[in-house]
Ligand binder design. Structure first.
Ligand code: ADP
Ligand code: ZN
Ligand code: ZN
Length: 689
């Protein structure tokens, strides 16, 4: 199995002459054209009908002196390639550490020897340092969760477990105990987190709990050398715990005994380019394949997972109480409709920015006076989403994308958040020369400024992709918050995730409404999860929980989403969403795939999709799979490339899969007839349509 690009249409393994007893899963170098590339020995299918005669084959190199990739790993990769409609070699090689591709057998052997030597040295210096590790006594609910897990682990194919725990209910402690049980059996544990930013703190908790065990991280922030050595430790069975982001689902683990998927609902688990796999779904599949328990943890499970749990396909284990008995913060809605309406001037001048509501400001001041912390959350970074000229109507559009360029006041730039195109802020309107161009709307940078004006003396810190860009900036900001050096933390959704802030007693969501009416059918589900998660940042300290609150500024206080939020009632929210999805025929009641096409000229992409649609004729009996007409993607242009998509929908996952695998070879053949097509790709189970 070698890496051949998807567009070559070459998706099956290639045959080489075996240099002698190569075993499935072994790595080796093989000739491909004039190059020599990394390959994986793949098990030959039982009925390889037209196997090439041996004397026509080119010889493969000697397999590396590494343990072969486990059979379950090969099976997982084969499944993923089939399900997500990618070339087997492309997918298999893309999930190996990139560094491996550059190395030959002897070079890998050298790395391995060096690694083992270092591990032996570390082990001898750490010997005898076994201190007693403190473990808290489990709550009743945690005990029940672990009892359920103990039942599941003895099943040959354990039922996946949904750990539905409100924030602060002690889910992580359950993961730790579950890992402890797996490690005690001599097995390895795989722990997945949605975002790289969340790995350090979870890593720290696991490292503290298991000082005698080897823990490795796997994410895109590692150096190529680190990634290779961590991968080797996993494969060699030297790592006991692998903790990482979605790519870690492919970690080779010969003794896998447990999979944990933290924040299982998080969209980051879905890869958004290349093989667009869902690491969450693959992790569940992998657990099934290897017969090990899998825990899906979340306060707001995805509707797919929730439906499995309510139907009994997953074991539903609730953690309804916060540790220490603290209450969840009281959610209060501020109806923006009661504020005086901003006046539109006749000239169409910018309306004055909608300020923080007086009651919300009063709550913020109260916290400041009591020496407690507040978190103010706005999912839009920059100073203002667009600059505007009131005279001629010019707006700061991006010349390359269907998007506005965002005004960043601190750095005096207009920056496109999609293609990165950046220019200095013009002094005057580029169209008419008017000197009076003004920001429209508000981002976190402006919110920070407004808060500083409204709360004199308050120490305000901002946390978003702009302020956390430099190395260590995120960590140092978080450390300031933990040390109590910050009164108000302002930020994007980055601040809502996972952090165990102890002194926050107030959370404010400034303007979350837009998601209520977004065209993406998953937007309300996301918003609910985000707001619940944000609410969960307050009152984590049981003593302060009683006076913790969350303010939501909204123009739609009657919306059912907010009603469910007020009661912290996930089940009610999920039921209402599922009803809507059922009547609209949307997932999880149907299965979707998108064919995306990109070209400089939208007509080229659209023509390709029309031709592709014609090719589905005869592939599925009428009505089994619905093929919708091509439409522009939500972001119809990025970096000068037009993006068009076509939706396929079926009530049967299997029928959709069958159509896709018959269809894909036809699409490869179709491509050459569509000159100017930049890219095309299939997205199975797309997150957004
Ligand atoms: P979650 O992951 O559900 O948000 P955590 O696992 O972070 O919750 O737990 C919240 C806090 O409670 C953490 O500080 C954790 O150390 C503590 N904790 C968890 N379980 C217990 C327990 N059984 N006894 C005492 N403290 C606990
Ligand atoms: Zn102008
Ligand atoms: Zn752009």
């Amino acid at each position: 199995m070698v890496e051949t690009p998807q567009h070559s249409g070459l998706v099956a393994p290639l045959d080489y002459l075996d240099p002698g007893a190569a075993m499935p899963g072994q790595l080796l170098r093989v000739p491909l054209g004039r190059r020599e590339v990394l390959g994986i020995v793949w098990p030959r299918p039982e009925m390889a009908g037209d196997a090439t005669a041996d004397d026509a084959l080119r010889p493969a190199g000697t397999p590396f002196e590494l343990p072969p990739l486990p059979a379950a790993w090969l099976a997982l990769v084969a499944f993923a390639a089939g399900y997500y409609q990618r070339g087997l070699g492309e997918l298999a090689l893309s999930v190996l550490p990139p560094e491996l591709r550059k190395l030959d057998g002897p070079a890998v052997a050298k790395r391995q020897a060096r690694l083992l030597k270092r591990l032996a040295r570390d082990a001898s210096s750490a010997a005898g340092a076994a201190a007693e590790v403190e473990r808290p006594a489990l709550s009743d609910e945690q005990q029940q969760a672990l009892a359920a897990l103990a039942e599941l682990r003895v099943q040959p194919r354990p039922t996946p477990m949904l750990l539905h725990g409100v924030t602060g209910s002690g889910k992580t402690e359950v993961y730790l105990r579950a890992a402890e049980a797996a490690l005690a059996e001599g097995r390895q544990a795989l722990v997945l987190v949605p975002e790289i930013n969340l790995t350090p703190q979870l890593e720290a908790r696991f490292a503290t709990r298991f000082p005698q065990r080897r823990l490795v991280a796997m994410h895109s922030g590692l150096t190529p050398a680190q990634r290779l050595s961590h991968w080797l430790m996993a494969l060699l069975g030297q790592a006991d715990i692998v903790l990482g982001t979605r790519l870690a689902v492919f970690a080779p683990l010969p003794r896998l005994g447990l999979i944990v998927i933290d924040e299982e609902h998080d969209p980051s688990y879905k890869q958004q380019e290349g093989a667009r796999y869902s690491a969450r779904d693959l992790a569940v599949y992998r657990a099934h394949l290897e017969g090990v328990p899998v825990i899906l943890g979340s306060a707001t499970p995805s509707l797919e997972t929730w439906r499995h749990a309510t139907q009994g396909r997953y074991r539903n284990v609730p953690l309804a109480q916060r540790i220490g008995g603290g209450a969840l913060p009281r959610v209060r809605l501020f109806d923006m409709g009661v504020l005086p309406k901003p006046m539109e001037t006749a000239a169409g001048g910018a309306p004055p920015p909608v300020v923080l509501a007086p009651m919300v400001l009063a709550s913020l001041r109260e916290r400041q006076e009591r020496g407690e912390q507040s978190l103010v959350f706005l999912n839009r970074r920059g100073y203002a989403p667009v600059l505007h000229c009131a005279d001629c109507g010019w707006k700061s559009g991006c010349p390359h994308c269907s998007a506005w360029r965002v005004f960043h006041k601190g750095e005096r730039t207009l920056r496109c958040h999609h293609c990165g195109f950046t220019e200095r802020v013009p002094r005057a309107c580029p169209e008419c020369g008017n000197l009076d161009i003004a920001p429209l709307g508000r981002g976190t940078e402006k919110l920070e400024e407004q808060l500083a004006e409204a709360l004199p003396g308050a120490r305000i810190a901002r946390l978003d992709a702009d302020t956390a860009r430099g190395k260590g900036q995120l960590e140092s900001r978080l450390a300031e918050v933990h040390a109590g050096e910050v009164d108000v933390l302002v930020g994007t959704q980055m601040v809502t995730k996972g952090h165990d802030f102890r002194r926050i007693t107030l959370v404010v969501a400034v303007s979350p409404d837009s998601a209520l009416f977004a065209s993406d059918f998953r937007a309300p589900e996301r918003l609910f999860a985000l707001l619940m998660q944000a609410a969960g940042r307050a009152g984590r300290d049981a003593e302060a929980a009683a006076r913790s609150e969350m303010w939501v500024q909204t123009w739609h206080p009657q919306h059912p989403l907010y009603a469910a939020l007020k009661k912290h009632d996930f089940a009610a929210f999920a039921e209402s969403q599922l009803d809507e999805r059922r009547s609209a025929g949307l997932p999880p009641f149907s299965h979707l795939a998108l064919l995306r096409a990109e070209a400089r000229d939208a007509a080229v992409a659209t023509a390709f999709l029309h031709a592709a649609a014609a090719e589905t004729g005869g592939l599925a009996p009428d009505g089994e799979v619905t093929v919708y007409p091509p439409i522009p993607s939500t972001m119809s242009r990025i970096a000068g490339v037009e993006r068009v998509q076509m939706l396929l929908e079926s009530s049967s996952r299997m029928r959709l899969q069958r159509l896709l695998s018959d269809w894909l070879p036809r699409l490869h053949a179709l491509r050459s007839a569509h000159k100017g097509l930049a890219r095309w790709a299939v997205d199975v189970d797309p997150l957004a349509i």
